[in-house]
Ligand binder design. Structure first.
Ligand code: N01
Length: 535
């Protein structure tokens, strides 16, 4: 579509990542004129933006891909267990070309506002270049983690060196050779980047606020026989993933960690540790519901840190004390080992907080650290952040931010729709299973449901749909009730919004299981979209 002005389309989709690409494919296949707006100059979404050293997915590649096309699954061959950013980006470009999607994507274009016009029953979409586009269906595929959090640390503008956020990494190579690098943040991004940068930089200072429970990924190349067998089992695999709790074909042990003897539990943890990946998190069913079980997992990981890190003071600093898993589980490659290197220094910024950034580096309450490069691996304003960055207004000109009281009272129906915002669909929206499910599988389920729903509206001559308020009140209550039975809500993480200063605390992920969620969405559709006003 290039830079051509579009006056009206059936559907506008935001974002050309896993979600936007498949949504486009579905809508176009069903005969709806559709345009995707993408802020970047290429497809890929999160995999387009996150080009930091060491960036790779921590879901196994044979599961972290589309399953809607058997041919596509057979055509593409992943090279290793945990795919690198560059390989996933190549895959998404392949998909884009394979299904001729590029022609319907307008790149370098941000949507800054979307207002529902009650007279026309259409959305008026405002683009950053001043263009306006009218559309019947407005669908967001902007991910849960696309609004970068760059902490407001005094003095950043005065810094003479270079600085980067992991989620806005430059396309050109960043050269660390001979450089003194500082990295703030030890979440998934920081923990992937630290071992890689440490090998290249002259010196690396890690500014850690909260240590992490991280588990070895144990990445390895795939062998041809394994790939062949996986492709042959495509239908079984697809069925297993789409009917699972987490979007991956892993069964959770149904036992409590407290039911096993100390020796047996140790064996179970050791086996999972050796296996790597997310095996550890499914060793027992109650690691995130029973504090005693949780502590067993936590202490096991602490023991591994103490065994790995040679300096006992550094090892203690790296030992987390919060409940295991209440921040997202991290997988690493040689993370703790990196602290045995002579050129790596760990600074505990909880004990001595960062006070400001100076012309030459970072000053904490204890010391000044001279740096050439500062990396912010400081995460995202998750879930609501990407949606609130856009001025989305529904009926009566009410913004989504106002309706949801800045995040304090988010209410959705199925995590897909919200009352007062007709024909707005949010792929992996707040209160859907989203980030606690294998994302491509969660995305496919959402996209297929939305596409089927839009077909239904066309077939039945229905102009607009939006949920009844009672339906979304019930859904939100259901989400909160399940979450409150878990330890997740007790953690300070981006899951709860605790990572963003002033953000209302709220857990916005549906924890009832992807299988149950899918069943519920299907029931709603089969019952002629019960819970929705169809007009
Ligand atoms: O962000 P995070 P992330 N001063 O929020 C620290 C996905 N992901 O980009 O814990 C000092 O997890 C903060 O400290 P604290 C994945 O879902 C996946 O790493 O708030 N420190 C924390 O250590 C992941 O969970 C993959 O005390 C500050 C860190 O910054 C999500 O993205 C790879 C600070 C932020 O950690 C986000 O991960 C990468 C401050 N002012 C990401 N502000 C894979 O698939 C924040 N911090 C592998």
């Amino acid at each position: 579509m290039g830079s051509q002005t579009v006056n009206e389309v059936d559907a506008v989709v935001l974002g050309a990542g896993f979600a936007g690409l498949y949504m486009l494919h579905q809508l176009r296949s069903n005969g709806f004129s559709t345009i995707v707006y993408e802020a970047g100059d290429g497809v890929g979404g999160v995999w387009y933006w996150n080009r930091y050293p060491g960036a790779r997915c921590d879901i196994e590649s044979i599961y972290y891909n589309y399953t809607f096309s058997k041919e596509l699954y057979e055509e593409w061959t992943w090279t290793s267990r945990f795919p690198e950013q560059e390989e996933i980006l190549r895959y998404l470009n392949y998909v884009t070309d394979r299904f001729q999607l590029r022609e319907s994507i307008q790149f370098n274009t941000r949507v800054h506002a979307a207002h529902f016009d009650e007279e026309q029953n259409k959305w008026l979409i405002h683009l950053n270049d001043g263009q306006q586009i009218l559309t019947k269906y407005f669908i967001t595929g902007i991910g849960c983690l696309s609004a970068a959090n760059i902490p407001n640390i005094q003095g950043l503008q005065q810094f003479h060196g270079k600085w980067y956020h992991t989620g806005h990494w430059p396309h050109e190579n960043v050269n660390f050779k001979g450089k003194r690098v500082g990295i703030i943040g030890t979440g998934s991004s920081g923990i992937q980047a630290i071992p890689v940068i440490a090998k290249e930089a002259a010196h690396l200072t890690v500014f850690q606020r909260t240590p992490q429970y991280t588990i070895p990924a144990r990445n390895h190349p795939y062998d041809n026989d394994f790939i062949k067998e996986t492709k042959q089992n495509f239908e079984t695999l697809k069925h297993a993933m789409r009917n699972s709790v987490s979007g991956t074909p892993f069964a959770q042990n149904q036992q409590s960690a407290m039911e096993d003897s100390d020796d047996r539990r140790l064996e179970v943890f050791e086996e999972a540790w050796a296996q790597g990946g997310f095996a550890f998190s499914v060793t027992y069913h109650d690691l995130l519901t029973n504090e005693q079980s949780n502590e067993q997992a936590a202490e096991f990981i602490r023991s591994k840190i103490r065994q790995t890190v040679k300096d006992p003071i550094v090892a203690e600093r790296l030992c987390p004390t919060y409940m295991y898993g209440t921040k997202r589980q991290v997988l690493d490659s040689d993370y703790f080992e990196t602290y045995n290197r002579d050129n790596v220094l760990l600074v505990d910024v909880k004990a001595s907080p960062i006070q400001r950034i100076t012309e030459t580096g970072i000053q904490t309450s204890d010391d000044q650290y001279d740096l050439d490069i500062i990396i912010f691996a400081t995460g995202y304003d998750g879930m609501t952040g990407p949606l609130f960055k856009i001025d989305i207004r529904g009926r009566g000109g009410v913004t989504l931010k106002e309706k949801w009281e800045n995040g304090a009272s988010v209410q959705t129906y199925l995590g897909l729709t919200t009352a007062g915002f007709p024909n707005l669909f949010m792929i992996t929206g707040p209160e859907s299973p989203s980030v606690l499910v294998n994302m491509p599988v969660a995305i496919e389920q959402h996209v297929e449901w939305i596409a089927q729903c839009i077909n239904y509206l066309r077939e039945h001559d229905i102009e607009i749909m939006e949920p009844f308020e009672e339906a979304e009140i019930a859904w939100s209550k259901h989400c909160r009730e399940i979450a409150n039975e878990t330890l997740y809500v007790k953690g300070d993480s981006w899951y709860t919004g605790a990572n963003i200063e002033g953000k209302p605390r709220s857990f916005l992920i549906y924890l009832g299981g992807f299988d149950y969620y899918t069943k519920r969405c299907n029931e709603v559709a089969q019952n002629h979209y019960e819970g929705f006003k169809l007009m």
